[in-house]
Design a protein around this ligand. Structure first.
Ligand code: UDP
Length: 442
C-alpha cells in the first residue's frame, strides 16, 4: 500500500530558522546533487511506533526539498505480525523462533511481492518485517537499484550458526543489501554489509513537537482528569515489556511515599505490535485502580495530545530495558523536560548522566532520580534547557536527512568499496563512542 495521506511539509524556511543556515545549506546542497533520483521507504505500519513517526516527517520533507520520495507499507495477516513481534523479541535477546514461524514470514513476503517499485533508484527497507522483499527483486533490478536495510531494533547477539535458523536467514538477507543503517555502533553485527551509523531524529515542526498554547495543555489535562496542581511524572510509550511500564509504576509508588505526585502512562496500539494488549492488561492490574495513576490508551493520531502531556510533565521517564533509540526521549528533551531514562540502547546517546538527565538501571534508582528532580525544580529546568539545545544540534530532522542523503549519495555514486565498511558522519555518535570506548572490535 502506498501512503497517500501524508501531511504537508511546513515551510523549509521554518526549519532553517530552527537549525541555522549552515546546517540547512548542507542539506539543500545534497538534495541538489541528488536531484532526479527517486526514493522509496518501506515499513510495516502506517501508524504507531518510532518508524512511522520518522517517515511521516521524513517523506514530506524530502519531497519539499525536490526529491521524489514515496512511502509504501507492507500488508499482512495478524499471524504475520505475531511472528514478527516474536522475531523482534528474539533479536532483542528474548524467546525463540520456530520453523512454522519462518514459513508464516515467507508467506507474507510472497503476498507483498512487487512492493519495491520498479522506477525507484534507492529503496530503504525498515526493520525485519519487510526485509525478505529483496528475494523477490529480479537480478537486473537489484543491480540497477541501491537497497538499504535500516535496523531500528537493539540487535543483541543473533546466533547465526545453524543453517536454516532465523539468525542465519537474517544475515543472508541483510548481506544481499547494498548497505545497512544502524542507530548506534553498539549493536552493529559483524556481517558483510557496508554499514552506516545514523541515529534517528524528530521533526520540531510536527504536531507532536511544535509549540502549542498553554490553554491546549490545560484542556488536555482536564480532558483526562489529570490534576493540574499535583506534580506529573509520565512515560509515553507503546505498552511493551521492553519499555517496562510495570517497573515505572513500581518506581512511582516509591516516589509517592515521599512526595505527593501522579503518574501518567500513555500508550497506543501499533498494528504491527499484537502484544500491546497483554502488556496493557498487566499494567492495569499493577495499577490496581490507583486514582493517582492515569493509564491512557490513545488512538494513533493523538500527536497534539501527546505533545501536551509531555509538556505538562514535571519529569518524563523512559525506563526501557531494551531500546533501539528512544524517540520519546528525544521528544522529551526537545520540550525542555527533565528525563530519567534506562541506560540501554540509544538512550545514553541522548542523555548524559547528570548533565541533561539521568540514566538508570533499577527501580530504586529510577525512584531516587524522579524524586530528586521533583525536589529540585531549578536543576530540572536547567537540565531541560541543555537537553533542548543538545537535540537542536544533533537530533532534528534536517540533521537526520543530511546523514541519510550523504549515505545515499555515496551508494548511488558508487563510493563504497568494501563490504566491511562502517561509516558514521554523526558527530555526537562519534564523540560518544570515543568517550565510552565501546564496540572496540568494530
Ligand atoms: N507514540 C505515540 N503514541 C503512543 C505512544 C508512543 O504516538 O501512544 C510515539 C512516541 O511519541 C514516539 C514513537 O511513538 O514518537 C515511539 O518511538 P520510540 O523510538 O520511542 O519507540 P518504538 O515504539 O519505536 O519502540
Amino acid at each position: 500500500m502506498i501512503v497517500t495521506d501524508l501531511p504537508c511539509c511546513p515551510s523549509l524556511k521554518e526549519y532553517r530558522e530552527i537549525v541555522g543556515v549552515e546546517q540547512f545549506s548542507a542539506v539543500e546542497e545534497l538534495a541538489e546533487r541528488l536531484r532526479g533520483i527517486r526514493l522509496q521507504e518501506i515499513n510495516s505500519t502506517r501508524h504507531g511506533g518510532g518508524v512511522a513517526e520518522i517517515l511521516m516527517s521524513y517523506v514530506p520533507f524530502l519531497n519539499a526539498l525536490g526529491l521524489d520520495t514515496m512511502w509504501s507499507v507492507m500488508e499482512a495477516e495478524p499471524a504475520f505480525f505475531d511472528v514478527t513481534k516474536t522475531l523482534h523479541n528474539f533479536l532483542q535477546g528474548q524467546g525463540g523462533f520456530s520453523p512454522e514461524m519462518i514459513e508464516t514470514y515467507w508467506e507474507a513476503q510472497r503476498q507483498n511481492e512487487g512492493l519495491i517499485e520498479e522506477d525507484c533508484d534507492a529503496v530503504t527497507i525498515h526493520d525485519p518485517q519487510p526485509l525478505g522483499q529483496i528475494e523477490f527483486l529480479p537480478g537486473r533490478e537489484l543491480a540497477r537499484k541501491r537497497l538499504i536495510w535500516r535496523c531500528h531494533v537493539q540487535l543483541e547477539t543473533v546466533p547465526t550458526g545453524a543453517v536454516g535458523s532465523i539468525g542465519n536467514i537474517l544475515r543472508r538477507l541483510v548481506e544481499k543489501y547494498h548497505a545497512s543503517i544502524f542507530s548506534s555502533f553498539q549493536y552493529l553485527p559483524l556481517w558483510r554489509v557496508p554499514s552506516f551509523i545514523i541515529p534517528p531524529f524528530i521533526d520540531p515542526l510536527s504536531e507532536k513537537n511544535r509549540d502549542i498554547p498553554a490553554t491546549e495543555i490545560d484542556a488536555t489535562l482536564e480532558k483526562y482528569g489529570i490534576d493540574q496542581e499535583k506534580p506529573i511524572v509520565s512515560q509515553i510509550s507503546r505498552y511493551d515489556i521492553f519499555k517496562d511500564p510495570v517497573g515505572v509504576i513500581q518506581s512511582f509508588r516509591r516516589v509517592r511515599r515521599k512526595m505527593p505526585c501522579q503518574l501518567v502512562l500513555v500508550g497506543g496500539r501499533a498494528c504491527d505490535d499484537p502484544e500491546c494488549y497483554i502488556v496493557l492488561r498487566e499494567v492495569r492490574e499493577a495499577a490496581e485502580d490507583d486514582p493517582d495513576i492515569h493509564i491512557l490508551d490513545l488512538p494513533p493520531d493523538s500527536h497534539r495530545e501527546i505533545n501536551a502531556l509531555q509538556r505538562a510533565s514535571d519529569v518524563i521517564v523512559q525506563k526501557s530495558v531494551k531500546e533501539g533509540f528512544g524517540l520519546t526521549v528525544t521528544e522529551a528533551l526537545w520540550k525542555g523536560r527533565p528525563v530519567v531514562g534506562g541506560n540501554v540502547g540509544g538512550i545514553p546517546l541522548q542523555v548524559r548522566d547528570g548533565w541533561n538527565g539521568y540514566l538508570v538501571s533499577t527501580i530504586p534508582e529510577t525512584a531516587d532520580r524522579i524524586l530528586y528532580f521533583l525536589r529540585h525544580p531549578e536543576l530540572a529546568e536547567e537540565m531541560g534547557r541543555r537537553g533542548r539545545e543538545f537535540v537542536r544540534e544533533y537530533y532534528l530532522l534536517p540533521r537526520g536527512v543530511q546523514d541519510h542523503l550523504t549515505a545515499i549519495d555515496q551508494l548511488v555514486n558508487g563510493r563504497i568499496t568494501a563490504r566491511e565498511s562502517v561509516i558514521c558522519y554523526h558527530p555526537q555518535v562519534v564523540t560518544t563512542r570515543m568517550a565510552t570506548g565501546s564496540a572496540q572490535h568494530y
